[in-house]
Design a protein around this ligand. Structure first.
Ligand code: F6P
Length: 571
């Protein structure tokens, strides 16, 4: 959306920019003045109810942050000022919201039902999407039932997905998260070009019973193509040249490139260029998940995502989950200025959730200029990272509780235990108790009087008590957001993932960012291509070595020495 045309001219634009600048200054000032979380609760008896929202299978509680009523009002002013309603319409209408690439961002269409009428730049997309979804379902069910077999007629027992970034992280995370529903072939993932990754992915597999899915939107990503070539060699060595094609599948928006790579047309599944890699798991990129859990459960996952789309599209902003979650992110990252945020699902199966969100959030909102190319008024999106509870408590929570950096935490807690429980244990409620306990201690800390009483009761000598309290004290006043979900199943994972995608979109709109491009990644790819021959060639060009910065030249010289390639670089 072009701010210049929307606002009607340069004078309007500068007035509008000034207002937005003033809003950010007010938000930052509010963040600096914020009372402690304990005081916020003490002064506002309705805080737990009013700073939370229940609906769509979730309870979002952001009462244990420093957002108070004036801060919330400022955040909603920003929503208004940044025209979120119009920008949301543009997204759902399939307008080219990805300005730098001139494309719509219509990942919602991949999860929509037949009643939807999404169009990209005015061209309906649903007929092609539904046809491809039906082909995928047929293929997946035929593989699962042994109707589609390997070259020698043996059933497919394993699948290796070769892809990176959005062509890896989403399906990898979901295959783990929904592992309790998996009843298909074993699914493995190969992303890195490290030999160790290849060996791990293919170790112990029989080529005659293995499908290789080459997943790449562009079908040009070097890591994926190198790994796919190596996978072809691995198949060929056992099955012969005529046996390879039956074991190759491609998931891409460039079918002609997949065909040239040797993938039979019937095994190429495509999606439109209007779907970004990190938003693509809802279509052909989700084939590993469909193979694992079956087409019906995959359909439940899609339906969950579509339900969240309806909620985001229609619910008023004050009762809109993606908007509310985004406001907490904007507050922590851009108003308070915290550089990172931890995402901690209390679920072993969700342990890769944060790594998927790292691409979703940081590739989308890690940008220093607006969609129009102007500097941002506030900090860009935050670094996000995390691991699952309770394991994370025994690894890095110490710093959350007593370190001097403040790291806002987002807890995600599926409340129902796993359906097929194999042990008789009250462990699940202990898991929940731990999640709630961490949030409580982060917000309210420990109480010196209670600590003193305990130490005295334990017989600690009086002269050591103050020191012991200093060691043990948890200062509290550290923000966290709690997102509880009814259960962990395909439908709820669909809702959760779509919720997060829209949350990232809302944050981008409030910052003025285009979340659908990733130019920052491109430059590094080109430099790696240029460095490769300097490492690999027997006699690298001296002039190119000499043109390198001194540090990189030295790294290359040391690598060549250790690879037994001589030391002609002079370092
Ligand atoms: O890292 C850049 C990127 O383009 C991601 O956005 C994308 O998910 C990944 O590379 C892989 O791209 P492709 O699916 O085209 O191989």
């Amino acid at each position: 959306m072009d701010l210049m045309t929307r606002s009607g001219g340069a004078a309007d634009l500068s007035g509008r920019q000034a207002e937005i600048g003033a809003l950010w200054r007010a938000l930052r000032a509010r963040a600096m003045l914020a009372p402690t979380i304990s005081v916020l609760f003490a002064e506002d008896p309705r805080r737990a109810e009013d700073f939370s929202f229940e609906g769509e299978g979730f309870l979002l509680d952001f009462s244990k942050t420093h957002i108070d009523r004036p801060a919330l009002a400022l955040l909603f002013d920003l929503v208004e000022r940044m025209d979120l309603a119009a920008r949301r319409e543009a997204l759902f209408a399939g307008e080219p919201v990805n300005l730098s690439e001139g494309r719509p961002a219509l990942h919602m269409a991949l999860r929509a039902g037949p009643e939807a009428d999404y169009a990209a730049n005015g061209t309906p997309v649903m007929p092609a999407i539904l046809a491809e979804r039906a082909r995928m379902a047929r293929f997946a069910e035929d593989v699962r039932a042994g109707r589609i077999c390997g070259h020698g007629g043996r059933p497919i027992r394993a699948v290796v997905n070769v892809g990176i970034g959005g062509s890896d992280l989403g399906p990898r995370m979901l295959c783990r998260a929904l592992g309790a529903f998996a009843d298909g072939p074993e699914i493995r993932f190969l992303a890195n070009i490290d030999d160790g990754a290849f060996n791990e992915a293919f170790q112990g597999l029989d080529p005659a019973e293995t499908l290789v899915l080459v997943s790449s939107k562009s079908f040009t990503t070097p890591e994926t193509l190198d790994n796919a070539r190596a996978a072809k060699d691995w198949l060929r060595a056992e099955l012969g040249p005529e046996g390879v094609a039956a074991h190759l599948v491609a998931l891409t928006s460039r079918p002609e490139k997949a065909a040239a790579f040797g993938v039979p047309e019937a095994q190429i599944f495509t999606y439109g260029a209007y779907v970004g890699g990190r938003y693509s798991v809802w279509g052909p990129v989700g084939l590993p998940l469909m193979l694992a859990i079956g087409a019906e459960r995959f359909g439940e996952f899609l339906a969950g995502g579509a339900a969240m789309d309806r909620h985001f599209h229609t619910a008023p902003f004050a009762r809109n989950l993606p908007v509310l979650l985004a406001l907490t992110g904007i507050w922590h990252g851009s108003a308070c200025g915290h550089p990172s945020r931890a995402i901690i699902p209390y679920s072993e199966r969700m342990r890769l959730f944060a790594s998927h969100l790292q691409q979703l959030e940081m590739e989308s909102n890690g940008k220093g200029v607006t969609a129009e190319g102007a500097p941002l008024e506030a900090h860009s999106g935050m670094a996000v990272w995390g691991d699952r509870g309770t394991s994370a408590q025994h690894a890095f929570f110490q710093l959350f509780h007593q370190g001097t950096h403040v790291i806002p935490v987002e807890f995600i807690v599926p409340v129902a235990p796993e359906v097929d429980r194999v042990r008789d244990c009250d462990c699940h409620n202990k898991l929940l108790a731990n999640a709630f306990a961490q949030a409580e201690v982060l917000a309210f800390g420990s109480d010196d009087a209670t600590l003193r009483r305990r130490l005295e009761a334990a017989g600690v000598p009086a002269h050591r008590i103050e020191q012991e309290i200093a060691w043990r004290r948890c200062p509290g006043n550290r923000p966290s957001v709690m997102l509880m979900m009814e259960r962990l199943d395909p439908a709820m994972m669909g809702r959760l993932l779509a919720l997060w995608e829209h949350r990232v979109f809302v944050e981008a709109m409030l910052l003025g960012i285009n979340p659908f491009d990733q130019w920052g990644v491109e430059h590094g790819k080109k430099i790696a291509e240029a460095l490769f021959p300097l490492l690999d060639d027997e006699r690298p060009e001296e002039a190119r070595l000499a043109a390198l910065d001194p540090s990189t030249r030295r790294l290359i010289a040391a690598s060549r020495r250790w690879l037994g390639k001589g030391t002609s670089t002079g370092a």
